[in-house]
Design a protein around this ligand. Structure first.
Ligand SMILES: [Zn+2]
Ligand SMILES: [Zn+2]
Length: 478
């Protein structure tokens, strides 16, 4: 009768339903209805506002050798190291050097006893352990160019803050507050983030450092099945996601091969160790479009995260790190796995990720190490957001990858150990990059290796992939 009215009312009911679900979620603190208890609850990550990078002012560096030469020319004699009282234990650590001119510890005075202030005899620089970094470079607020103050020291990072009341960032935040917010701010200033903040990471980790290739200790000759049978097992278990138990049953019922499901798992572990160096060191041809996401995997009854990063155009998985935590350090390691596979870091490198702030923190960490890239965060899939429209295909690729992996993983019923999960993910990546035809690549596999292409069927391709991996190991054995 009134189709428009009906449509409107239906819309209204849907809208109310959304509100009810949202409110229930807020009240109960977890998602309701759609999530089965067995599924991992997509825990919201900590909302964190990440400010842009500070202005880094490198101080003029002096050379103590030059300064000592100048001294010699001016005075006709050389500047002597600091005279220390005999037998008195020096409170200047032997490894300490001047942050400004790099003079060794023999030229440093312990300026005020044991309190930790030092002075350089060569250049006169005064410093202590805390200000050491500041003497090497000064961090300044990008909004007002005032020097940032270190306000907190955490395990992995230091927090720097702009305390300038005239800072445009601070002024703007105050102006944007509603009357109610202003009132609350007066009572509880800690509840608002009104000042520019920068976290400086201290992870003991050097990006893009050459990792010595791990030589796996596997003897594939101890696998007591023919290579064709091994290829069959891999095809069933990895390509089709059939559980180890069912794969063993299939081998027995269909192929008359008697192996236990534990043997299947052991074989998978050995093959994963063999192909991992090949997968990780393959000279991939890459584009400049990359994206990443986290998915879940169950290890020892606990949900772990897999950080996938991949080339969105070439459909190549470049990073597949598993971690019990969804934290910044895991994101950094995952990104580093990807960077190592690039011959050089592209000029306009852009990485598309979800809204999780850990990627912005990771971006700042890499910037500290002079590796620069843009991060585009795609939150949700609504078409109203222009960024989302542009990057929607990428997001869909990520989701498809997650679905593929979940479908593949479900049959394995979680893993008894970290090693088991790593094996499974490694084999999945080998399959995804080298063996799996991709519909958006017109049925091609992402990485074409002629030797694999020639093979008549999947078990033979697996056997060939193992052979190529063993060849790689022999050629790169140190
Ligand atoms: Zn000095
Ligand atoms: Zn400022």
């Amino acid at each position: 009768m009134y189709p428009q009215l009906l449509a409107y009312l239906l819309q209204y009911i849907k809208y109310q339903h959304t509100i009810i679900i949202t409110l229930l979620t807020v009240v109960l603190g977890k998602a309701v209805g759609s999530v089965r208890p067995d599924e991992p609850v997509d825990k919201p990550y900590r909302k964190l506002q990440i400010d842009e990078l500070p202005v880094l002012e490198k101080l003029e560096k002096l050379s103590f050798q030059d300064l000592l030469d100048d001294y010699f020319k001016a005075h006709g004699k050389s500047l002597k190291p600091v005279q220390r009282r005999k037998n008195a234990k020096s409170s200047v650590p032997e490894k300490l050097c001047c942050p400004r001119c790099s003079a060794p510890s023999s030229y440093l005075y312990a300026n005020n006893g044991d309190k930790g202030q030092f002075q350089c005899k060569v250049c006169g620089c005064l410093f202590n352990k805390q200000s050491r970094y500041l003497k090497e470079a000064i961090l300044k607020c990008p909004h007002c160019l005032k020097t940032l103050e270190k306000v907190k020291e955490r395990k992995d990072f230091d927090v720097f803050k702009c305390k300038n009341n005239d800072c445009s960032y601070y002024q703007k935040k105050l102006r944007q507050m509603t009357q109610a917010e202003k009132k609350r701010f007066k009572e509880d200033p800690q509840a608002f983030k009104v000042r520019y903040i920068y976290r400086q990471f201290q992870f003991d980790f050097k990006p893009m450092a050459d990792a010595s290739p791990v030589q796996p200790k596997v003897d594939l000759s101890r696998i007591y099945v023919s290579s064709h049978t091994l290829g069959l097992i891999l095809t069933y278990h990895v390509n089709y996601g059939i559980s180890a138990r069912k794969t063993a049953a299939l081998m027995r019922d269909v192929h008359n091969v008697h192996i236990s499901h534990q043997s299947v798992l052991n074989y998978m572990n050995s093959v994963a160790l063999t192909v991992k160096p090949f997968v990780d060191n393959f000279p991939y041809e890459l584009s400049d479009q990359f994206c990443g996401d986290e998915t879940y995997i169950r290890v020892n009854g606990r949900w772990h995260y897999i950080f996938f990063f991949f080339d969105a155009a070439k459909k190549v998985i470049l990073s597949y790190r598993t971690s019990p935590n969804r934290d910044t350090f895991s994101a950094i390691r995952a990104l580093d796995d990807m960077f190592r596979k690039m011959k050089t870091i592209p000029e306009n490198l852009n990485i598309v990720v979800d809204g999780n702030p850990i990627y912005l923190l990771a971006q700042q960490f890499f910037a500290q190490h002079d590796i620069h890239f843009d991060v585009t965060r795609v939150i949700g899939l609504t078409n109203e957001d222009p960024v989302s429209t542009e990057y929607r295909p990428l997001k869909q690729i990520i989701e498809r990858l997650n679905r593929t992996f979940k479908g593949n993983y479900r049959a394995t019923h979680g893993f008894g150990s970290e090693d088991g999960s790593v094996s499974h993910v490694t084999l999945f990546v080998a399959y995804f990059n080298f063996l799996r035809p991709h519909s958006s690549l017109e049925g091609r596999v992402p990485v074409i290796v002629p030797e694999l292409k020639e093979m008549p069927h999947m078990p033979a391709r697996w056997t060939k992939l193992i052979e190529l991996s063993q060849q790689w190991l022999t050629e790169n054995a140190s």
